[in-house]
Design a protein around this ligand. Structure first.
Ligand SMILES: [Zn+2]
Length: 115
Protein backbone atom coordinates (compact mmCIF):
# COMPACT_ATOMS: atom_id res chain seq x y z
CA UNK A 1 0.00 0.00 0.00
CA UNK A 2 1.30 3.46 -0.92
CA UNK A 3 1.34 6.14 1.77
CA UNK A 4 2.53 8.76 -0.72
CA UNK A 5 3.99 8.55 -4.25
CA UNK A 6 7.38 7.21 -3.11
CA UNK A 7 6.76 5.57 0.26
CA UNK A 8 4.91 2.40 1.17
CA UNK A 9 3.34 1.09 4.33
CA UNK A 10 5.41 -2.09 3.95
CA UNK A 11 8.73 -0.25 4.28
CA UNK A 12 7.40 1.64 7.32
CA UNK A 13 6.44 -1.62 9.03
CA UNK A 14 9.51 -3.61 8.09
CA UNK A 15 11.88 -4.50 10.93
CA UNK A 16 14.59 -7.15 11.09
CA UNK A 17 14.05 -7.34 14.85
CA UNK A 18 10.31 -7.91 14.40
CA UNK A 19 11.01 -10.71 11.93
CA UNK A 20 13.60 -12.33 14.15
CA UNK A 21 11.39 -12.12 17.26
CA UNK A 22 8.16 -12.90 15.38
CA UNK A 23 6.52 -9.62 16.42
CA UNK A 24 3.60 -8.72 14.15
CA UNK A 25 4.07 -4.90 14.25
CA UNK A 26 0.35 -4.27 13.89
CA UNK A 27 -0.74 -0.70 13.03
CA UNK A 28 -4.15 1.00 13.29
CA UNK A 29 -5.85 3.48 10.94
CA UNK A 30 -4.98 6.59 12.95
CA UNK A 31 -1.31 5.58 12.97
CA UNK A 32 -1.41 5.02 9.20
CA UNK A 33 -2.85 8.53 8.84
CA UNK A 34 0.09 9.86 10.84
CA UNK A 35 2.52 8.07 8.53
CA UNK A 36 0.79 9.56 5.49
CA UNK A 37 1.22 13.01 7.02
CA UNK A 38 4.90 12.38 7.76
CA UNK A 39 5.52 11.11 4.22
CA UNK A 40 3.63 13.95 2.59
CA UNK A 41 4.99 16.83 4.67
CA UNK A 42 8.56 15.71 5.32
CA UNK A 43 9.81 12.73 3.31
CA UNK A 44 8.40 13.61 -0.10
CA UNK A 45 9.65 17.23 0.01
CA UNK A 46 13.07 16.01 1.22
CA UNK A 47 13.24 13.44 -1.60
CA UNK A 48 12.11 16.03 -4.11
CA UNK A 49 14.70 18.59 -3.00
CA UNK A 50 17.69 16.22 -3.09
CA UNK A 51 16.43 14.08 -5.94
CA UNK A 52 17.40 10.74 -4.42
CA UNK A 53 15.46 7.86 -2.89
CA UNK A 54 15.28 7.76 0.90
CA UNK A 55 15.81 4.46 2.69
CA UNK A 56 13.67 3.97 5.80
CA UNK A 57 15.84 2.50 8.57
CA UNK A 58 12.95 2.39 11.03
CA UNK A 59 9.38 3.60 10.75
CA UNK A 60 6.40 2.44 12.78
CA UNK A 61 6.94 0.28 15.87
CA UNK A 62 4.13 -1.36 17.81
CA UNK A 63 4.59 -1.37 21.57
CA UNK A 64 6.21 -4.83 21.62
CA UNK A 65 8.65 -3.95 18.86
CA UNK A 66 9.53 -0.64 20.49
CA UNK A 67 10.30 -2.50 23.72
CA UNK A 68 12.34 -5.07 21.80
CA UNK A 69 14.56 -2.38 20.27
CA UNK A 70 14.67 -0.51 23.61
CA UNK A 71 12.99 2.55 22.14
CA UNK A 72 12.02 5.45 24.39
CA UNK A 73 8.75 4.80 26.25
CA UNK A 74 6.72 7.50 24.53
CA UNK A 75 8.57 7.22 21.24
CA UNK A 76 6.86 8.87 18.28
CA UNK A 77 7.72 5.68 16.39
CA UNK A 78 4.86 4.00 18.29
CA UNK A 79 2.41 6.58 16.94
CA UNK A 80 3.43 6.50 13.30
CA UNK A 81 4.89 9.95 13.72
CA UNK A 82 8.64 9.22 13.41
CA UNK A 83 11.13 7.74 10.99
CA UNK A 84 14.85 7.08 11.08
CA UNK A 85 16.61 7.73 7.77
CA UNK A 86 20.30 7.59 6.82
CA UNK A 87 22.42 10.69 7.40
CA UNK A 88 23.37 12.44 4.17
CA UNK A 89 25.09 15.80 3.69
CA UNK A 90 22.59 18.61 3.91
CA UNK A 91 19.55 16.59 4.93
CA UNK A 92 19.52 17.51 8.62
CA UNK A 93 19.91 21.23 7.91
CA UNK A 94 17.28 21.12 5.18
CA UNK A 95 14.72 19.50 7.47
CA UNK A 96 15.61 21.91 10.27
CA UNK A 97 15.29 25.00 8.09
CA UNK A 98 12.57 24.11 5.60
CA UNK A 99 10.34 21.26 6.73
CA UNK A 100 7.85 20.89 9.58
CA UNK A 101 8.99 18.67 12.45
CA UNK A 102 8.23 18.06 16.10
CA UNK A 103 11.50 16.26 16.78
CA UNK A 104 14.73 16.29 14.82
CA UNK A 105 17.68 14.37 16.23
CA UNK A 106 21.16 13.90 14.84
CA UNK A 107 21.90 10.25 15.70
CA UNK A 108 25.31 10.30 14.00
CA UNK A 109 24.85 7.85 11.14
CA UNK A 110 21.10 8.47 10.91
CA UNK A 111 18.46 11.15 11.40
CA UNK A 112 15.40 10.73 13.61
CA UNK A 113 12.59 13.01 12.51
CA UNK A 114 9.06 13.19 13.88
CA UNK A 115 6.02 15.24 12.97
ZN1 LIG B 1 13.91 7.31 15.70
Amino acid sequence: MNLSPHFTLEEMLHSDTAEKKKIENRINAAEVDNLVRLCTKVLEPLREHFGVPIKINSGFRCRDLNDAVKGADNSYHTKGRAVDIPMHPGWLAYIRDHLPHTELINEGTWIHVAL
